[in-house]
Design a protein around this ligand. Structure first.
Ligand code: NAD
Ligand code: UDP
Length: 350
C-alpha cells in the first residue's frame, strides 16, 4: 500500500472529488485546499463517507491559492510528495466577460503555488490542462504534438500555465511535471453520491442535459446542426470522470519514475460522439425525453475534437474503461438522487 502525501488544489470540485476518493482508496494521504468558490464542503464530507476506513487520511483547508500565507502554513505543517493542481476558474463564457478575474485567479494562483512548492522542496506537479488548447484542430485524433491555440481567456490561461511549467522545468531540472489535457469529463461516481454541480447556468453539455432531465430547465439548446459530422452536431471525446480520476493516479506513479521532465498527456477515450448521439444515450439511460431547440453555432466552438490516447496508454499505462452508456447511466444516477446538486431547490440559482 502506498503511503505518500499529496496536496490537491481544487479538490472539492467535480474532478477533484473523484480523484481525491481514488487517492484515498489507493492509500495516499490527501490534503485538499479549495476556496469553495465553485464547490461545496458537503462534497468533501461525502468523499470521506465513500472512503470508509481511509476517511481519516483526508484533511481539508478552506483557502485561496493566492493567499500565500495560508499556503505557506499548509506546506509548513505537512511535507508533500506531490501536488495535483485542479484549482481554477473554468467557465469559457465568463472568462470572455471577465478576463482579468480569470488571469488573476488561474495564473496568480498557479504562480503562487509553484513558488511555495519550490520554497519547500516539493517539485512534483500534475496540472489540469484541457483539450481546449487544440483549438479547432485541422485533423483528428489530436496528438500531443499538435499546434496549440486559444479562443478565449480561459483557454489562454491553460496555454500560459503550460508554458510556465515548461519554463520552470527548463530552469530547474529537478522539477517533474505532468500536464494532463482532459477531453470532456462527464458522468459521476457510480454511488451517485458525488458528481458535477456547476453554479448558475451550465456551460457544458451534460450538466445542461441533466438539468433538463430533472426539469430545472425546459429544453437543451443545440449549438449548431450544420457541422460536417454524422448528424450535423459537434463531436467531442467524452470521458467518464472515474477514468479521469484513475489517470491522475497513473500520472503520480509516473512522476516517481526518473527523468520525466515536463511531459504532456491527453486523457480521453479516443472516440468521438456527436451532441445528438450523447442526448440519445442519456435519454435511454434516464428514460427521460430531452426537448431540443436548434440554434446557431456557439462562437469559438470546434467541429470535431477527439484524442489520440496512444501516448497515455504507452507511457502512463492508462486507458479509459467506460463508454458513453456508463457515463450517462452514472450521470443520471447522480442527477436523480441530487436534482439540485449539493444544494437544495431553495438555494439554487435557477
Ligand atoms: P470545478 O470548478 O468543479 O473545480 C475547481 C475547484 O477549484 C473548485 O472547487 C473551486 O472552488 C476551486 N478553486 C478555484 N479557484 C481557486 C483558488 N484561487 N483557490 C482555491 N480553490 C480554487 O472544476 P473541475 O471541472 O473539477 O475542473 C478542475 C480543473 O480541470 C480546472 O482547472 C479546469 O479548468 C480543468 N478542466 C476541466 C474540464 C471540465 O470540463 N470539467 C475540462 C478540461 C480541464
Ligand atoms: N453544446 C450544445 N448545447 C449546450 C452545451 C454544449 O449543443 O448547451 C454542444 C457544444 O456546441 C459542443 C458540445 O456540446 O459541440 C460539447 O460542449 P461542451 O461545452 O460541453 O464542451 P467543449 O465545447 O468545451 O468541448
Amino acid at each position: 500500500m502506498i503511503s505518500k502525501t499529496v496536496l490537491v488544489t481544487g479538490g472539492a470540485g467535480y474532478i477533484g472529488t473523484h480523484t481525491v476518493l481514488h487517492l484515498l482508496l489507493a492509500g495516499f494521504k490527501t490534503v485538499v485546499v479549495d476556496n469553495l468558490d465553485n464547490s461545496s464542503h458537503l462534497a468533501i464530507l461525502r468523499v470521506k463517507e465513500l472512503a470508509g476506513e481511509f476517511r481519516n487520511n483526508l484533511s481539508f483547508h478552506n483557502a485561496d491559492l493566492r493567499d500565500r500565507d495560508a499556503l505557506e502554513q499548509i506546506f509548513v505543517s505537512t511535507k508533500f510528495d506531490a501536488v495535483i493542481h485542479f484549482a481554477g476558474l473554468k467557465a469559457v463564457g465568463e472568462s470572455v466577460k471577465k478576463p482579468l478575474l480569470y488571469y488573476n485567479n488561474n495564473l496568480t494562483g498557479t504562480i503562487t503555488l509553484l513558488e511555495v512548492m519550490a520554497a519547500h522542496g516539493c517539485k512534483k506537479l500534475v496540472f489540469s490542462s484541457s483539450a481546449t488548447v487544440y483549438g479547432w484542430p485541422k485533423k483528428v485524433p489530436c496528438t500531443e504534438e499538435f499546434p496549440l491555440s486559444a479562443a478565449n481567456p480561459y483557454g489562454r490561461s491553460k496555454l500560459i500555465i503550460e508554458e510556465i511549467c515548461r519554463d520552470v522545468y527548463n530552469a530547474e531540472q529537478d522539477w517533474k511535471i505532468i500536464l494532463l489535457r482532459y477531453f470532456n469529463p462527464v458522468g459521476a461516481h457510480p454511488s451517485g453520491y458525488i458528481g458535477e454541480d456547476p453554479r448558475g447556468v451550465p456551460n457544458n453539455l451534460m450538466p445542461f442535459v441533466q438539468q433538463v432531465a430533472v426539469e430545472r430547465r425546459p429544453a437543451l439548446t443545440i449549438f449548431g446542426n450544420d457541422y460536417n459530422t454524422i448528424d450535423g452536431t459537434g463531436v467531442r471525446d467524452y470521458i467518464h470522470v472515474v477514468d479521469l480520476a484513475d489517470g491522475h493516479i497513473a500520472a503520480l506513479l509516473k512522476l516517481d519514475e526518473s527523468d520525466i521532465g515536463c511531459e504532456v498527456y491527453n486523457l480521453g477515450t479516443g472516440k468521438g460522439t456527436s451532441v445528438l448521439e450523447m442526448v440519445k444515450a442519456f435519454e435511454l439511460a434516464s428514460g427521460k425525453k430531452i426537448p431540443l431547440v436548434m440554434a446557431g453555432r456557439r462562437p469559438g466552438d470546434a467541429e470535431i475534437v477527439y484524442a489520440s490516447t496512444e501516448k497515455a496508454e504507452r507511457e502512463l499505462n492508462w486507458k479509459a474503461k467506460y463508454g458513453i452508456d456508463e457515463m450517462c447511466r452514472d450521470q443520471w444516477n447522480w442527477a436523480s438522487k441530487n436534482p439540485y446538486g449539493y444544494g437544495s431547490q431553495k438555494d439554487s440559482t435557477d
